[in-house]
Each structure stands twice: as structure tokens, then as C-alpha cells.
Design a protein around this ligand. Structure first.
Ligand SMILES: [Zn+2]
Length: 415
């Protein structure tokens, strides 16, 4: 998605590779095709009681990635610089895979998706042959817990040759962008504490503390969606993250709820269905921030939900969940108080950028008097900001935000 070859030029290249592959007949086509382009020429399926096996044959050897997408649960294989010579894919009768699809998800990336009929874990490998290469995918039965806990993304086979023409690959010392979003602002105060604390002020002070904590790492650039007390609409906030091509978007909040005893931090990700009633209420209350938006602004916003955005969305969701899990862990490690079941999900509008892993953190609840005190405490703020910064560094170092982060691990700054 960074500056790469233009899609048209890329497609032309692939068509050419395909023509070469077909015209080549029995010749060792792979020697003639440009070395970074592969063609998927066959896909064979074998269903057994214990597994569903796929064998894909290629001219050339693709750089391939395995991705787990949740809810609905799917297994995807991304093939970089690869074109498919196959017609529509249909699964033969089996217990594991109910649907198969293929399509381009980015200029340089072809994806095949297997929708799971029951939880299953993939084993994948790639081997070179005389003709090119063979990628095998074996889906074996598992329980849902194992599927949800599995690594959401990994490279198939040995570490790839730097054949991917991604601009990131040529920039060893890449930097990362984190967009921090202090919730509310301007006409929208957010929640108000028992002592009169305004949520919008707590959020802004915290966002600045987090910027300082993240700023200790030279590889991380931080942008705030607002630097002062002003109103920013929810869609503008996520647009800022998209335009910055952010690796992570973190929205900071400290809301008020109708249970004065509930306190502690919560990490939310986006979900069409709320994980619980409290999450649903919080999302409704956060989304109502846009009641301050002039309705004219929101009119005619296009509902561009084609399949490619939908696919990107699912992948981003799984990175967001991965980050949220790491964040909850870091907060715990830093002894920051958490609510029960601190990782939750609901339909937060501000988290809807389809291509930026996004979380919303309720730092605490202004409806609780002890939390209100903590939220104003500078040393608590610093500790919590450090915990979040550690989680960000861990996430980016693991290359978990996708291809963009897959190059150099970023050095930790410690502390
Ligand atoms: Zn809020």
C-alpha cells in the first residue's frame, strides 16, 4: 500500500507472466518469467475425516503468508506478486471448509480465503519443484480456543528472499506512526466526574503523556488528533489515522457509567456485536459525540463496503485484537488497575478505519471517585502511559501490524 508499482503496470506484468507461462509449454517457464512473479496453475483438494488438504502448484515461488481471520472464522493465504490462472474455486464436500474465494487485495497481493465450517488450525509449507513450487495447506480440527489463540499472521516457508518490491523492504530503518486520539473536546466535554473533572481534559493530558512516553523511541512518530480543546468528529479522527498511514490508532477515554463501583482500565476493539451490555452502553455513549456534528457534514458519506474493504477490515480486526491482548497484558504487568474481563468489544465509530489497527482505552471511569482521583494523578498517568508505550513497542517489534511492519524489529527503549 506504500508507493509500489502502479496497479495497472503490475497487472500488465502479471498478464505477461501468465502469457509466458502458458506459451512456454514444457519449457522451464520459471526461468523466463520475471523472478518475482509467480502463477498459480493448479489447486487440488483432499478431504479426510481428520483434515482438509490443499495443494497449490505454482510457476515460480511466491512469497506467501498465512492469515487467520476471525468472526466469521477463515484461513487466508496471501500470495505476493502472484496471479491465479484458476477459475472460480469451489470446495469439494468436506467437514472443514464451507467456502473458497480468491481475489486481489492489494496491487501486489493475491488472496485465497477458506471459510471454516468448524474450528481448524492450518499447517502450511512451500517446497520448490522442477516446475516451480508447491504450497501445501492442511487444515486440522481444533477447538475454538486454539483457533482464537493462534498467531494471526505468519510467513509460509523459509524467510523470503527480498523479492517483494515493497518500498519498505529497501528502508531498513523504517519508522512507525502511532496516532493517539484524546476523546471528546470543544463543545463535547465527555463525562464529568463527581469532583467536576472533565473527561476531555483528562484525555488530552493523557494523550500528551503517551506521546512523551512513545517519543523516547526514535522509530516512533506520534500524532495527536487534537492538541488542544477543540471538537473533532469521530470520522475525522479515524480519517487522521488513515491519512497518516498509522500503524496503530489509540483512542483515549475516561467515561462515566451507571455503576459507580466499577473502576479500572478497559481496552476495547471494534465489533459489530458488543461483547456485553456495559460495552454496548459505552459505545452508544461514545458514538453520540457526533450529535455535535452539523448533520450537513455527515450527509452523503459513501458506504464503500466492497469485498476488498471487507477483507482488509477483517484482517485489521485481528491485528487490533492482537494489540488489545498485548495491551491488557502490559497494563497488568505494570500493575495498572483493570476492570474484570478488561478486553472487550463493541461498535465504536471511532475505531472503523478499515486499514489501521485501532483500540479504544477507557483509562478508568469518572463515575468512580477513586478512579477520578487516579485520573488526575500525574505519576499514575506516567506509569500508565509507559505501560501503553511498552505494548505499542511490543506489537510493532513483532511485526504484528501487517506487512508494513514486517521489516526491521524496532529497538526497545526500556523503562
Ligand atoms: Zn469518552
Amino acid at each position: 500500500m506504500n508507493a509500489g508499482p502502479s496497479p495497472i503496470r503490475y497487472l500488465l506484468g502479471l498478464v505477461l507472466a501468465l502469457v509466458v507461462a502458458i506459451a512456454g509449454g514444457s519449457n522451464p517457464v520459471h526461468a523466463q518469467a520475471a523472478d518475482r512473479e509467480s502463477v498459480l496453475t493448479a489447486l487440488k483438494q483432499t478431504a479426510t475425516e481428520r483434515s482438509f488438504d490443499i495443494r497449490m502448484e505454482f510457476v515460480g515461488t511466491p512469497h506467501a503468508k498465512l492469515i487467520l481471520l476471525r468472526n466469521p472464522n477463515r484461513i487466508a493465504i496471501d500470495l505476493f506478486d502472484t496471479v491465479s490462472a484458476l477459475d472460480a474455486l469451489d470446495p469439494q464436500p468436506n467437514d472443514f471448509v464451507s467456502d473458497m474465494r480468491q481475489g486481489l487485495v492489494a496491487a501486489d497481493r493475491y488472496r485465497i480465503i477458506f471459510t471454516l465450517a468448524r474450528p481448524g488450525l492450518p499447517q502450511a509449507d512451500i517446497a520448490t519443484t522442477e516446475e516451480g513450487s508447491v504450497l501445501t495447506l492442511k487444515i486440522v480440527a481444533s477447538d475454538i480456543g486454539a483457533f482464537l489463540a493462534a498467531d494471526p499472521s505468519r510467513t509460509i516457508g523459509a524467510a523470503p528472499e527480498p523479492a517483494v518490491p515493497s518500498s519498505a523492504a529497501t528502508v531498513p530503518d523504517r519508522s512507525y506512526t502511532v496516532v493517539v486520539d484524546p476523546g471528546h473536546g470543544g463543545v463535547d466535554n465527555g463525562a464529568v466526574g463527581k469532583q467536576g473533572t472533565l473527561e476531555k481534559e483528562v484525555n488530552l493530558a493523557f494523550a500528551k503523556a503517551l506521546r512523551d512516553a512513545l517519543g523516547k523511541n526514535d522509530h516512533i512518530e506520534v500524532r495527536l488528533t487534537r492538541e488542544d480543546d477543540r471538537f473533532v468528529s469521530l470520522s475525522d479522527r479515524s480519517d487522521i489515522a488513515r491519512e497518516a498511514k498509522a500503524d496503530i490508532f489509540i483512542s483515549m477515554h475516561a467515561d462515566s457509567i451507571r455503576y459507580p463501583d466499577i473502576r479500572g482500565a478497559t481496552v476495547y476493539t471494534l465489533s459489530e456485536r458488543a461483547s456485553d451490555q456495559l460495552s454496548r452502553e459505552i459505545a452508544e455513549s461514545e458514538n453520540s459525540a457526533d450529535r455535535f456534528v452539523d448533520p450537513e457534514w455527515e450527509k452523503g458519506e459513501p458506504e464503500v463496503f466492497d469485498i476488498l474493504i471487507e477483507l482488509m477490515r477483517r484482517e485489521t480486526d485481528s491485528f487490533s485484537q492482537h494489540f488489545a491482548a498485548g495491551l491488557v497484558q502490559e497494563l497488568g504487568r505494570h500493575k495498572i488497575r483493570l476492570i474484570r474481563n478488561p478486553q472487550r468489544a463493541a461498535g465504536f465509530k471511532v475505531l472503523t478505519a478499515p486499514d489501521v489497527p485501532s483500540v479504544l482505552v477507557e483509562l478508568g471511569y469518572l463515575s468512580n471517585v477513586d478512579d477520578e482521583e487516579l485520573l488526575l494523578d500525574e505519576s499514575w498517568r506516567e506509569d500508565t502511559a509507559n505501560a501503553i508505550a511498552d505494548a505499542v513497542v511490543g506489537f510493532l517489534s513483532a511485526g504484528a501490524s501487517g506487512d508494513k511492519a514486517a521489516t526491521a524489529p524496532i529497538p526497545t527503549t526500556g523503562g
